[in-house]
Write a protein that binds this ligand. Structure first.
Ligand SMILES: NC(=O)c1ccc[n+]([C@@H]2O[C@H](COP(=O)([O-])OP(=O)(O)OC[C@H]3O[C@@H](n4cnc5c(N)ncnc54)[C@H](OP(=O)(O)O)[C@@H]3O)[C@@H](O)[C@H]2O)c1
Length: 312
């Protein structure tokens, strides 16, 4: 009996050079291990939330082109249709428990297994902390934090039973360094970072690996899909909020190609022991959120951040 993708490929002599529908090469999927026999599905099965645009879509198209069996989600998808990029699209709203359970069950019923989950669905509310209502803050957490938590809880029983699986949660460099006038967005990603760090230790003995992807600025639909807190354009913070908003739009429209995130995701998938954190994006941003943040006195770091957002 074939017990793993690696053994399947060894047994079938499948080669990566066979084109998009060929199986990923053995060395490339060494990270995916199975203690129990997998299903009839011979390609690693990947679920990507928020695959209708931006980073999620780039990851779904890229992994599909690399031979993975990819299911993407969107709140607007028809039930189980092929997306233009070739992967399957299913309907899922990560803020709805029932919707998450239904989507995950659909993939498990169809494929028998779920090897990789990318918790990517997310949005952003911009505005001063004081101008953001509790309801707006809750909505932010519903998608970015509780949404990822719901999906983790839905997929973990099957992954644990099988003794294998990988969960990658999409955070942000703004989940390491708080961004002015994106305080609630940063807070939701800080929360995601904390949960992911704990989850990683809890599930490791069960064969499930967990990692964080921390993008800097990427050219996606994020800013246009983003919301401003209702009271943000009014009141005492108005001008500095507008400056910050202009900086966000400038940084995102000049941001990197989301393909970069897709390639990093594949590196995580094939890693035998993925790290906790993978920063991805312009080196200046990775440097600022990593090294600079650690070595600079806090006040000096804040001054630099405020200057770069035009809110000094
Ligand atoms: N772009 C950046 O510069 C950047 C930087 C750091 C981190 N990130 C993170 O990367 C992730 C993807 O962002 P993006 O830039 O690719 O943004 P995007 O182009 O706006 O895509 C967001 C995706 O999330 C989905 N989504 C939003 N709310 C959802 C919900 N409640 N349930 C299910 N799906 C939902 C959207 O799908 P539907 O609307 O079709 O449902 C869409 O496919 C987010 O977690 C974001 O925080 C982005």
């Amino acid at each position: 009996m074939i017990r793993s993708h690696a053994e399947f490929i060894q047994a079938n002599g499948s080669s990566w050079e066979n084109g998009p529908d060929s199986h990923p090469p053995r060395r490339r999927i060494r990270g995916i291990r199975h203690r129990n026999p997998p299903s009839v599905q011979s390609k690693p099965v990947v679920l990507i939330t928020g695959a209708s645009s931006g980073i999620g879509r780039a990851c779904a198209e890229y992994l599909h082109s690399r031979g993975y069996c990819v299911y993407g989600t969107s709140r607007k998808a028809q039930e189980d249709v092929a997306a233009p990029g070739g992967f399957r699209m299913i309907e899922m709203d990560v803020t709805e428990e029932e919707s998450v359970q239904r989507g995950v069950q659909l993939v498990l019923t169809r494929e028998g297994v779920l090897d990789v989950v990318l918790n990517n669905a997310g949005d952003g509310v911009a505005g001063a902390v004081e101008d953001t209502s509790i309801e707006e803050a809750r909505q932010q957490f519903e998608t970015n934090f509780f949404g990822a938590l719901r999906v983790c809880r839905a997929v973990l029983p099957a992954m644990r039973r099988r003794g294998s699986g990988l969960i990658v949660n999409v955070s942000s460099l703004g989940g390491l360094v708080a961004l002015p006038f994106q305080g609630l967005y940063s807070a939701s990603k800080f929360a995601l970072e904390g949960m992911t760090e704990a989850l990683r230790m809890e599930v490791r003995p069960h064969g499930v690996r967990v990692a964080l992807l921390e993008p800097g600025d990427f050219h996606t639909g994020f800013t246009s899909a983003g919301r401003a807190a209702r009271d943000a354009p009014r009141g005492v913070y108005r001008q500095r909020f507008l400056n910050a908003l202009a900086a966000m739009e400038r940084d995102e429209s000049g941001g990197a190609d989301p393909q970069l995130v897709a390639r990093t995701l594949e590196r995580i998938i094939v890693a035998r022991a993925p790290r906790l954190r993978y920063k991805v994006g312009a080196w200046t941003q990775r440097f600022a959120a990593g090294w600079l943040r650690k070595v600079l006195p806090q006040r000096l770091f804040e001054r630099l951040m405020m200057a770069s957002y035009g809110v000094g």
